[in-house]
Design a protein around this ligand. Structure first.
Ligand code: TEU
Length: 569
């Protein structure tokens, strides 16, 4: 089937919003590409990416072969957490453009056959949001204050925070306010930065606001939402102390901590998603909710995608799995079992805007360092870039062969590594500042991506500006030098996505294969045999046409750190 024809079919499907067919929804097998708007393409020349820039570059993504885009927040925001601190959920921040620019982006995406998912941030807003400003101006005990988590402090004069909760970004999770008459008042909860006050989801008013926000974007034609911190909205009654506080770098610790964390995964949160499920069901077409719920084990994360809740949940267990055959087989089995048990597809993900880019993670000696804590100039364990890229490409080729839906993060199709050499003064992640530089945080995976090797800012911005400086060696990762080079990472991704669609791997079923040794992850998905050699020794390749190989092959051997796809006779 020609590309043009496929595109035309997809566009027709989107424009006519066919009614959903249970079990055949597009998102069950989709490859969804995350755009981080600040760092994708800057049309205005101010050094920060924008919506017009995205629209101008969108054809590169349909050319890549993805099914949908997810846009990280572009809403009004003072940008203290790169847009995850929203001050108006129903408007575009001027640094990114306007609502008209969003409409143009959506139309262009749909014309190209790409669905559009936007980011929804319901756990907290910005302190600049009028709702929080109204709460500050209102009396203690007022309706306005009840929209957030205000509590009196402990100690004789309320000078101690209400409990021992720590911010995920480091430091205390509470900030004390000064009342309008100048006296110290209660404290408000912020699981993230001081600038991100948590909503009180026990208040029905908050539920109604978010229904309206969902409808605003659904009416504007979005195909779904990625839901930020989907495990955090409800807090345990009484806000009890955390028994053992995760350290400041403890994103991974907090997920896997054996104790119960009173601000994550409270059972009441599921009622919120049942409510949203009903809102989405008011609309034609297959609209999707994807949970960013850092919850383990996977059987627990699957609770977010029961049939009357969300549709997808990020598979962070997969993202956190080291390059070890036994662990990979185990997490793949666990994922398929957990999600199948609730009738949902598994998802797969290796990179996003919160974690060290996966080629760099796989190049570390001590893989397993919290992937969100970042790598910087003083990090002792620095990645081996060559080894990391080989493993990164092999890991992607394995991931894209699996049934279910896969998420890609912008720049991974170029094989971009984490940027390590960033000066302290250019770093913007609140994690870095709240831990006094102890945790580097996430700036290294957010550097604007290279498009053209010989253009200013490698084509990111016509003015040559870039909000985080791009390293000189981004020149060799630029899209234009990779395009058409069969050995490039870009062409590997394009080929994998084309073959994945042709062989319908996303809707397939996995069968494990024996006989390739312990270090080879060996599976069959429909008409394709997939072998990922995770060990250090080359192994014999079986007969059959090699459809894809993550490194060039010589003879009938499968080198280490390589994944191949072979046609089943
Ligand atoms: O991330 C949530 C987040 O930071 C998780 O990694 C969290 O630390 C985990 O639940 C710990 O168990 C989202 C966004 O992706 C991120 O960019 C934002 O900074 C954050 O929310 C706050 O909105």
């Amino acid at each position: 089937m020609s590309n043009d024809f496929t595109t035309a079919m997809r566009t027709a499907a989107i424009n006519h919003s066919r009614p959903s067919t249970p079990g055949a929804e597009w998102w069950r097998s989709a490859v969804i590409y995350q755009i981080y708007p600040r760092s994708f393409a800057d049309a205005s020349g101010d050094g920060i990416g924008d919506l017009v820039g995205i629209t101008e570059r969108l054809s590169a993504l349909s050319d890549l072969g993805v099914d949908a885009i997810w846009l990280s927040p572009f809403f009004r925001s003072p940008q203290r957490d790169a847009g995850y601190d929203v001050s108006d959920y129903c408007d575009v921040d001027p640094i990114f453009g306007s609502l008209a620019d969003f409409d143009a982006l959506r139309d262009r995406a749909h014309d190209l056959g790409l669905r559009v998912i936007v980011d929804l941030v319901p756990n907290h807003c910005s302190i600049d949001h009028p709702w929080f400003q109204q709460a500050l101006a209102a009396e203690p005990g007022s309706l306005e204050r009840d929209r957030f988590m205000f509590r009196d402090g402990r100690g004789e004069n309320g000078e101690l925070p209400p409990n021992n909760w720590q911010s995920i970004f480091g430091g205390n999770a509470w900030t004390r306010i000064i009342e309008t008459d100048g006296t110290p008042g209660p404290w408000y909860l912020h699981i993230f930065d001081t600038s991100q006050p948590d909503f009180n989801w026990k208040n029905p008013w908050v539920w109604e606001q978010f229904r309206q926000i969902l409808r605003f974007w659904l009416n504007r034609g979005v195909d779904g939402f990625r839901v930020d911190v989907a495990h955090g909205l409800m807090k345990k009654e009484g806000l009890p102390d955390v028994v053992e506080v995760a350290d400041a770098a403890g994103l991974a610790d907090a997920i896997s901590a054996p104790h119960e964390v009173p601000y994550w995964a409270q059972p009441e949160v599921h009622e919120v998603y049942r409510d949203w499920h009903r809102v989405l069901a008011e609309y034609e077409g297959d609209r999707v909710l994807c949970a960013e719920a850092w919850v383990e084990p996977l059987a627990k994360a699957a609770l977010w995608v029961r049939p009357d809740e969300m549709h997808q949940a990020f598979n962070f267990s997969y993202l956190g799995t080291p390059w070890e055959a036994e662990r990979l087989r185990a997490v793949i089995d666990e994922s398929i079992d957990a999600f199948t048990a609730v009738g949902a597809p598994s998802t797969w993900v290796l990179s996003n805007h919160d974690v060290v880019r996966h080629p760099s993670r796989y190049g570390l000696d001590t893989y397993g360092a919290a992937p969100a804590s970042g790598i910087g100039p003083n990090t002792v364990d620095k990645p081996d870039d060559v080894l990391g890229l080989a493993r990164g490409r092999a890991a992607t080729a394995l991931m894209l062969s699996l049934p279910g839906s896969a998420y890609l993060y912008q720049g991974e199709e170029l094989g971009l590594p984490e940027v390590i050499e960033l000066d302290d003064h250019v770093r913007e992640d609140p994690t870095f500042h709240r831990t006094n530089g102890e945790v580097y945080g996430r700036d290294g995976c957010r550097v604007p991506i290279p498009w053209e090797t010989a253009s200013p800012a490698f084509g990111f911005s016509s003015s040559g500006d870039s909000w985080l400086p791009q390293p000189a060696d981004f020149a060799r990762f630029a899209r234009d030098v990779q395009h058409g080079d069969p050995a490039s990472t870009l062409e590997l991704y394009r080929a994998a996505l084309r073959l994945r669609a042709e062989h319908r791997l996303g809707t397939g079923a996995l069968v494990w294969l024996e006989g390739y040794g312990n270090d080879v992850v060996a599976l069959r998905n429909g008409s394709v045999t997939v072998l990922a050699n995770v060990g250090s020794l080359a192994v014999d390749l079986p007969a059959g046409e090699v459809l894809l190989s993550s490194t060039p092959l010589s003879g009938r051997m499968l080198p280490s750190d390589t994944t191949v796809w072979i046609a089943v006779d």
